[in-house]
Design a protein around this ligand. Structure first.
Ligand SMILES: C[S@@+](CC[C@H](N)C(=O)[O-])C[C@H]1O[C@@H](n2cnc3c(N)ncnc32)[C@H](O)[C@@H]1O
Length: 188
């Protein structure tokens, strides 16, 4: 099956699944397709090869990122990525993805300085400020920090966006795509 058809099926399946879950944390909560498309485009423009994603879920966004890079996507989730691994295999993208079962903050704290070209945060938003300064420390100069849901959950992301806005090393902007994608570039 072509990748785009697989992604469309996966997203539709996720939407259907989510509609049947009463607990928000049980939902797939996939990135919106238009936001995924933009993020993949940014990755291509940046020529990012070392990608880290926090929040795997069923691997929908992971596949977008893996398809767009000539390098590797390391995707991290507190839950084992059983479904995402199977989907990556179906997409023929397993070779470009490393799955880690860990807390995102712990993972970033253990990651070497300046080792990431693009970091995508798509987990529990109120936790992000507690991860600082690692989201910045792990980025290479010119690297991109992307945060989803900044328009759907402005109150939850505000403290983290203030950290970015207050840091003169970042240039940042929110794009009104999907649920709101915040993009911050670490200056060279
Ligand atoms: C919004 S979903 C990710 C959606 C996925 N990026 C996509 O677009 O297909 C959030 C995920 O973050 C995971 N998560 C929550 N807290 C986390 C943490 N502290 N560290 C890593 N993953 C976490 C959840 O288990 C859940 O799978």
């Amino acid at each position: 099956m072509p990748l785009r058809a697989l992604l469309d099926d996966l997203y539709a399946e996720g939407q259907d699944f989510d509609a049947r879950q009463s607990d928000r944390r049980d939902r797939r909560r996939n990135l919106e397709p238009d936001a995924a498309e933009l993020l993949a485009m940014v990755l291509r423009i940046a020529g990012a090869r070392d990608i880290v994603e926090i929040g795997t879920s069923n691997g929908y966004s992971t596949l977008w990122l893996a398809d767009a890079t000539a390098g590797t996507v390391t995707t991290v989730d507190v839950a084992p990525a059983t479904e995402a691994r199977a989907t990556a295999a179906r997409a023929g993208l397993s070779g470009k993805i490393v799955f880690e079962t860990a807390d995102g903050g712990d993972f970033l704290a253990a990651r070497p300085d300046r080792s990431v070209d693009l970091l995508f945060l798509d987990a529990e938003r109120p936790e992000y400020p507690g991860w600082w300064p690692h989201p910045k420390r792990v980025l290479r100069a010119g690297g991109v920090l992307a945060i989803d849901n900044v328009l759907s959950h402005p109150g939850e992301v505000a403290p983290f966006l203030r950290l970015i806005a207050g840091d003169p090393d970042f240039t940042a902007s929110t794009v009104a795509v999907g649920k709101g994608l915040h993009l911050a570039v670490l200056r060279e």
